[in-house]
Design a protein around this ligand. Structure first.
Ligand SMILES: C[S@@+](CC[C@H](N)C(=O)[O-])C[C@H]1O[C@@H](n2cnc3c(N)ncnc32)[C@H](O)[C@@H]1O
Length: 377
């Protein structure tokens, strides 16, 4: 097997959780950078990361890094890669680009220079100038950061947040990868009750149930690199069988409620598709009427954001009422994701911990109110 430099792309703020997942899968020598974790591994590592990582957005192979301050350097750097060893004659070559604080800033031009260099390398290797592009897809990314060009190949295809269960979305749904990360940050385990009183399309409860059952998030989807010659089909098959065998018999109940019956219908369908509907109780409920039977547990939620003008008063009222609700739930821990700069004041108390997390481009904080801290304080 070959050894690759692998990059697990993740959200800003989630890097340590992705690294924790990689360690649990048995990888070491991890290098954490902004929005990514880099490590070495073989084909099996690529397959297992795609199938198992809950918080990574995609898995890339890093082919080469070099300085490129002009188009000639970019062309030569890409031409020097053994593309003929990577791409079959009939591969579909899809080149994407991004540039941050670099002299080469025109993404369109970088893409076209990169494609020319790849085709030139292929011509030399295959002694042919016709490439039918009817075979497997290879998505090649040219990423420039401070004049350093990194050439990556995407092994995932559609982003890893696309687990396959969410076909209908509620309003402002949370990314599946982020929801899983927040549940992992909370350290919830199936021995405890978990409730999301603003469940929307059900992302947090569904991701928690997948964690509780140890179900691999990528078990029900396909990946672009499944069609590559580099990765033997047997590796995919065995990794899927292994993941299937690791689903546990845990029995637990997650409470998911929302005020909107329409989104609850979507959430129920999503849970069914994810294979976890037996573990989640959905209920139409105004969060203020939440009255748990258990005297301890975890609340994990992202209440409405109020991105539309005019909503903000209503949102602030929700935060105040959430604070009042929490003061009645003595032994519960609460995790709230919010972009509101004044959340803690409106809620009525300082969080025991908070953590900056990006929900797409929106800067949020995960405010963490911990049961133990309350007992001590
Ligand atoms: C930001 S969305 C949650 C998105 C959800 N995490 C998902 O992934 O789809 C906020 C949700 O709060 C619900 N909501 C608004 N006011 C509520 C209230 N008073 N009680 C319960 N739910 C409420 C909305 O219907 C909406 O589904």
């Amino acid at each position: 097997m070959a050894i690759y430099s692998i990059c697990a792309v993740t959200s800003f703020g989630m890097e340590s959780i992705t690294a924790q997942e990689l360690k649990a899968l048995g990888f070491d020598g991890l290098r954490i950078d902004n929005g990514k974790v880099i490590f070495s591994g073989d084909e099996e590592a690529i397959v297992r990361c795609n199938i198992w990582l809950r918080t990574a957005d995609r898995i890339l192979i890093r082919v080469k890094e070099f300085m490129a301050t002009d188009f000639e350097e970019l062309f030569q750097g890409i031409l020097s890669i053994d593309w003929g060893d990577i791409l079959p004659h009939d591969s579909i070559m899809h080149v994407t680009g991004k540039s941050v604080r670099s002299r080469l800033f025109s993404i369109k031009d970088c893409q076209s220079v990169a494609k020319k260099a790849i085709v030139e390398a292929m011509k030399r290797r295959y002694h042919s100038s016709i490439f039918p592009e009817t075979g497997p897809l290879y998505k090649i990314e040219v990423a420039l950061y401070k004049d350093m060009a990194t050439i990556n190949i995407d092994t995932s295809g559609p982003g890893l947040h696309k687990r396959g269960y969410r076909q209908d979305k509620g309003e402002a749904p949370l990314r599946e990868t982020l929801a899983a990360g927040i549940v992992m940050l909370s350290r919830w385990s199936p021995a405890h009750v978990l409730s999301d009183p603003f469940c929307g399309s059900g992302t947090i409860p569904i991701e928690a149930a997948l964690i509780g059952k140890n179900m691999a998030p990528g078990l029900k989807r396909s990946f672009v690199s499944e069609r590559w010659w580099q990765i033997n089909r047997k590796i995919w098959k065995e990794a899927r069988e292994d993941a299937q065998s690791k689903i546990n018999n845990n029995n637990f109940r997650i409470l998911a409620s929302d005020i909107d019956e329409r989104v609850l219908k979507t959430a129920r369908q999503n849970a069914l598709r994810a294979g976890v509907s037996d573990f989640i109780s959905f209920q139409r409920l105004d969060f203020h009427s939440f009255q748990p039977k258990k005297d301890s547990g975890y609340i994990i939620c992202n209440p409405p954001y109020g991105e539309r003008m005019g909503d903000i008063k209503q949102i602030e009222e929700i935060y105040k009422r959430l604070g009042a609700l929490y003061s009645r739930l003595e032994n519960w821990s609460l995790f709230v994701l919010s972009p509101h700069p004044d959340f803690q004041r409106l809620f009525g108390r300082q969080a025991d911990r908070n953590r900056k997390i990006y929900n797409g481009k929106i800067k949020c904080y995960l405010y963490q109110y911990l049961k133990k801290q309350r007992e001590n304080g």
